[in-house]
Write a protein that binds this ligand. Structure first.
Ligand code: PMV
Length: 337
């Protein structure tokens, strides 16, 4: 290795309309069922990566919290990053040591898909440093192999489907509709900033222990088709009820897994009820949640302000993040966290 290579990538989180929950191969994140998501704009991760002369064993993995300086990352996160660095370095057949620094624009590990944006950004920056030049499908596969399946969707912008795949190598996400084609907003009620107690990895592992998992699988083809169609036709009234049903179903599976997983907090329920009240008042908004207590409220641009104001009034809602569909990741030369 002759020279130092540097790259910075920024990738946004995504909110799943149809959820990845349960895997055929958990280690490589090959899902049991297809999922569909909307890539966000504001909730994002920046990842600055440097490939330096040296030995792979000397990789440095840093995490910056808020506006603070990068500091050594917590062990659980560093272990996953390290495994991904080794994997990508192996694919490229390269040596050298990495210095990786990551910064999230939003609360990490709180059901806001920080692993999706984090591993998408990491994958993008590292392949750039390794001179790998994958196409989007290959990138999605590489991001997925980090073990964070939803990262496979965050390498794309707009509305994205990730099929369950015919085989591991063909299991990658595809764009359904570009962001510019439909301006949906996601108003996020943050009711919990702490890391969740049960990781989504553990949730996938337990999913099939729920007696209702089979029913979920039987329901999914209908839901998937309804969501694809609603996106194609840009029809929020058709999309909304299906994504609400799907989010409740994900939590039903989690709550009935053995042992059960309870992600909700009292304020989660308060937000779900407030969204129903808004609809009764004629304000179209629909809720969904990933594996966490926070609630994403999907609405149209002209309703965003009203929705955000209402959610901010609720007891137990600490912060309201106004996000929306985003164009996908970008990569820059050099280091800028
Ligand atoms: O990508 P993972 O392994 O963190 O799993 C994501 C799980 C959900 O966020 C609950 C659903 C999804 O499809 O994003």
């Amino acid at each position: 290795m002759s020279e130092t290579t540097q790259a910075t990538a920024e990738a946004a989180a995504n909110i799943a309309f149809i959820k990845y929950w349960g895997a055929r191969d958990l280690e490589q994140a090959v899902p049991q069922n297809p999922s569909i998501s909307m890539t966000l704009r504001r909730c994002s991760t920046r990842c600055a990566v440097e490939l330096l002369p040296g030995e792979p064993g000397d990789d440095e993995i840093l995490l910056a919290v808020g506006d603070g300086p990068p500091a050594p990352a917590p062990a659980a996160f560093a272990v996953r990053v390290q495994a991904h660095l080794d994997r990508l370095r192996g694919i490229a057949g390269r040596r050298g040591r990495f210095r990786v620094a990551t910064r999230n624009s939003f609360p990490a590990a709180a059901g806001l898909a920080s692993s999706a944006s984090g591993f998408a950004a990491l994958t993008l920056a590292v392949v750039e440093c390794l001179d790998l030049h994958p196409d989007t499908a290959e990138l999605s596969v590489l991001a997925r192999r980090s073990g964070s399946g939803s990262a496979a969707r965050s390498v794309l912008g707009g509305y994205v489907e990730w099929p369950a795949g015919e085989g591991e190598e063909k299991c990658y996400a595809k764009e359904l509709l570009p962001a510019a084609a439909w301006d949906l907003r996601d108003v996020i009620a943050v009711v919990e900033r702490e890391a969740k107690k049960v990781s989504s990895l553990e949730g996938h592992r337990r999913a099939a222990t729920s007696p209702y998992y089979g029913t979920r699988q039987a329901e999914l083809p209908r839901r998937l088709e309804a969501v694809r169609r609603a996106i194609r036709e840009r029809d929020l009234s058709a999309l909304g009820p299906v994504i609400e049903e799907e989010a409740i179903d994900l939590h039903l599976i989690a709550m009935s897994s053995r042992p059960p997983i309870l992600y909700w907090k009292p304020a989660t329920l308060a937000v779900l009820e407030a969204v129903r009240d808004l609809r009764e008042e004629g304000i179209e908004a629909y809720s969904t949640m990933d594996a966490g207590a926070n609630v994403h409220v999907i609405t149209l641009p002209e309703r965003e302000e009203t929705v955000a104001a209402r959610l901010a009034e609720l007891e137990g809602v600490g912060e309201v993040i106004r996000d929306g569909v985003g164009p996908g990741p970008r990569v820059e030369a050099g280091l800028s966290l």
